[in-house]
Write a protein that binds this ligand. Sequence first.
Ligand code: KDG
Length: 360
Amino acid sequence: MKKWVKNLAISLALPGLLLMSACGTSGGSSSAGAGAPASKEKTEAASEGKTRIIKAGIGLNEDHPEGQGMNKFKELVEQKSGGKMKVQNFFSATLGDDKKMTEALQGGLQEITVPSTSPLVSTIKEYGIYDFPFMFNNEKEADAVLDGPLGQKLLDKLPEHGLVGLAYWENGFRNLTNSKHPVNTPQDFQGLKIRTMQNSIHLEAFKSLGANPTPMAFSEVFSALESKTVDGQENPLATIKSNKFNEVQDYLSITKHVYTPFVFLVSKKFWDQLSPDEQKILKESAIEAGKYQRDVNREANQKAVEELKAAGMKVNEVSDENRKKMQEVIKPVVDKFAKEIGEDLVKEMNTEVEKARQQK
Ligand code: KDG
């Protein structure tokens, strides 16, 4: 289906869905609007056998590992609740970008989204510790930190902002693509117009390398690359493949310059209406689907290099030596943000990474 036809269909269907999910239950007598405070009747309504409609949206496509994780989550929730909780998944930013969907959760207009942690930083600065370039060497280290006490500490900061965090999923190591030339050394970034996520650390890190970064919502990236508004972008391989960036980008450089997680968010306004049993179902399903999502993601990232090469991209591996050089150039930016975020938290992060490294 053409994209505009799809968008039109969705915008026509949306008001109906919004109405259904604004009530949080369907087939029930509850008439409370979106974001209504938790009420005894509502909790009882759900446990009395009424169906809850849960609207979940992400920016990436259904075929992306994140989309596959959302489908697994839907399957688990519907199975664990015996069909009393129904998940409606919306992919490809049809409900908006990461920032917009997070705001919709805070307002109680949408129940679930799984954004990159990076755009959250403008609201909760501590999430910036995940944006420090070259923090993790591999996925195992990231898992240990995210699933450990530090990861939980950051999830605990969400409720005061109207959000509940149930788990971390994986976006992954980000790599640079561009339409100009292979990037091997820090000097190769000079003058490149690069789309970044809406995150000040990413922005300043690329500036320090001499690039010309522009923050932009993900849904705008393909056309910005196609129209040459920007020369390049950076994302994990599975995303580059799923979004067909190879059609508008000739060069892929395996920079692995930063690992970014996804965070599984639920609207607190919605969460507070759920019974403890319903909350348990959502939490267990988010964690279980997250494990599946990480596995699928790792497999997809591994396969994607060859697939992108076969599709005509010129791929270069950046040496460890050159990655170190990039890290040195970016260090003043990291030091600056470490002060802003809080030296103690950064120290804790470094200790956790070190611990994970020792475990092997
Ligand atoms: O569904 C998640 C996406 O919206 C987004 O977070 C992808 O990494 C991403 C980016 O570059 O915006």
